[in-house]
Design a protein around this ligand. Structure first.
Ligand SMILES: [Zn+2]
Length: 210
């Protein structure tokens, strides 16, 4: 069976086992969405937020991109895909939580920290991940003696912190934080151990979710 055939058969199972079986949920969802949480996750195929958080359709509004990055608030030119999704989630859907979901073994963060391999032709990844270069700079300054793997893990967590910092540059996110209607969360999924860690902005550490 090819991978693509697997997708068609997967759709059929979804239709029969979920769409038809959970008639009430999908009837409600056909009236509109009201997710309470926006997730900014990596495009990595191994870290699907709905699966990792065991959610149903309608639970999460999701943006996925290389290295789960949020750009700073900028009005000028360009196609602001992440900012448009943030705007819709926060201003129209009025989500109560934003989770930046990073992960171990992130290829985007590796490209940021170690550069893009010569063997790979790339036009867009370098400038995109460079948005989080201050995370890489912090790791180089703070963890000079750590192993390559430890540095990458620290940079992955640092990238989450950069995204959290950039989220605060959006005025309507900052006002939601000030009014207490919105909360920001940084989560780090360790794809090796299965552990999820959450950022504590009081202690400035990532702690295992229990
Ligand atoms: Zn990634």
């Amino acid at each position: 069976m090819t991978d693509f055939t697997k997708l068609i058969e997967g759709y059929r199972r979804f239709h029969d086992n979920y769409f038809v079986a959970d008639e009430q949920l999908f009837a409600e969802l056909s009236q509109g969405q009201k997710p309470s949480t926006l997730v900014i996750a990596c495009s990595d195929s191994r870290v699907d937020p709905a699966i990792v958080m065991d959610c149903k359709p309608g639970d999460l509004f999701v943006v996925r991109n290389v290295a789960n990055l949020v750009p700073p608030y900028e009005k000028g030119g360009g196609y602001h895909g992440v900012s448009a999704a943030l705007e819709f989630a926060v201003r129209a859907l009025k989500v109560e939580h934003i989770i930046v979901l990073g992960h171990r073994q992130c290829g985007g963060i590796k490209a940021l920290f170690e550069g893009i391999p010569d063997s790979m032709e790339s036009e867009f990844i370098g400038p995109w991940v460079n948005m989080a270069r201050r995370a890489a700079d912090r790791v180089r300054a703070d963890y000079p003696d750590s192993s390559a793997d430890e540095k990458l893990c620290e940079c992955e967590m640092g990238g989450i912190i950069v995204s959290l910092e950039n989220l605060r540059t959006f005025p309507w996110i900052q006002s939601g934080l000030n009014e207490g209607t919105l909360k920001l969360h940084g989560w780090y999924f360790d794809i090796v151990s299965g552990e999820m860690r959450a950022y504590d902005d009081n202690t400035l550490t990532f702690n295992t979710l229990s």
